[in-house]
Each structure stands twice: as C-alpha cells, then as structure tokens.
Design a protein around this ligand. Sequence first.
Ligand SMILES: N[C@@H](CCC(=O)N[C@@H](CS)C(=O)NCC(=O)O)C(=O)O
Length: 230
Amino acid sequence: MIRLYYHPSPNPAKVALFLEESGLPYEVVPVDTRKGEQHAPAFRAINPNGKTPAIVDTEGPGGKAARVFDSTAILLYLAEKTGQFLGDPADRPELLSWLLFIASGLGPFSGQAVHFQTAAPDGLAYALNRYLREAERHYRVLDDHLAGRAHIVGDGYTIADMSAWGWVDRAARVLGKPDALAAFPNLKRLYETVNARPAVARARAVAKDHPFKTTVDEEAKRAMFPSNYP
Ligand SMILES: N[C@@H](CCC(=O)N[C@@H](CS)C(=O)NCC(=O)O)C(=O)O
C-alpha cells in the first residue's frame, strides 16, 4: 500500500497521475499547506522539506516501510518499483535529463513566476520579469524538443510526460494569460494528449471532497512562505 500525502497542486498532481495510471493501491492523506499542516512534526518525519507530495510505501525495499519525498524522486521510485512508464532502457539518459530539467527548471521557475505575479508585494518588476521570462524560456526549450515528437522521451508515454503535465496544466497562471500554450504548439499537443487520458480525470478527482483551504490569508502566507517571516 502506498500512502500519498497530497495537496491539490502541481507537484502532488503528477504523483496522483502516476498512481492512477499504474493501478497501484494507494490511500490519500490530505496535507493542507494553507493551514500549515506541512510543518507538523509527523509530516516533517516523512518530508523534512515540509512540502507536498510525499509517499510512504508500506512495502518498500526489503519489505520495510519507506518514505519518498519530492515529486521526481517519487515518480522514479514508483516507476522502478512497478517497471512502468520508464520508457526504453536505451532512452534512460534522455529520461533522466528531461526529468531533472522539469524538476530543477520548468517547475521551480513556474512556481516563482506564479509567486511574483500573485503573492509578492508590488514594485518588484525586475523579479517578476526574470521569473516570467525564465518560465517562458523553459516552455520554449520543451516546445522545441517536442517538434516532430509525440512524447518527451522515446516513442511512448513516460514519467517525464506526467511530470511536465503537472506544471503545464497551470500554464495560464504561470505565464499570466489564458491562451498561454498558443505560443507553444508542440507542448500544447503533448499537454492535450496527456490531459485526455482517463487517468487524468481520476487524478483530478483525488481528495476532491476534502475541504482544503482556498483563501490566501495571513495564516496561509505564514504557512507557505515561512522564510518571509524570520
Ligand atoms: N521539489 C518539490 C517541490 C514541492 C512543492 O513545492 N510543493 C508545493 C505544492 S506544488 C507545496 O507543498 N507548497 C507548500 C509550501 O511550500 O509550504 C517536488 O517536486 O515535490
């Protein structure tokens, strides 16, 4: 059994998608990051970085329970555990490269682009421009790579596509315009292909009935941006 520590946001969404695609049995533990539940000692024991997603695999290596945190680590762990969505072994260098490109580039710059558009104080035009342009640049790298390709790695659907989907699903918010993907037709095609999969609809339904906090008030800001409150 996998326990998925989940909040409805881009990085946890990738893992929910994998779990729905793979058919692995799992249960969801909601972590309301706007209420500060990511800082609870019990959750910090699973993810010392205090962010979602994280998992506990009750049957990890050697039959012992194992924690895994950080969406890319979780995707790789589960793909290796199940032997699914890793692509051809000959493409492993490509898979690792694109997974880490998303983990260290597309994802963080997208997150900061959202932060500076929606959460940062006014008057930070340089920072806003920097993160928006860098998010766009990462979209462009991926879009160029996808010219003439159906998937990010090799000929089939892999965890790299799932990982990209998690963030590209928020393209309008990241790039600050409703038709954000219009400038990236190859990425748009990949996004729409992944988005049409039945597992995506199931992943979107994960913890749908949980009353996650939606307002970003002072409590939420202190919970999500603790380094702003030294
Ligand atoms: N590198 C991490 C980033 C995790 C992350 O930033 N998670 C966000 C949700 S997408 C979160 O939990 N934010 C709440 C917080 O930072 O307190 C991963 O890929 O899992």
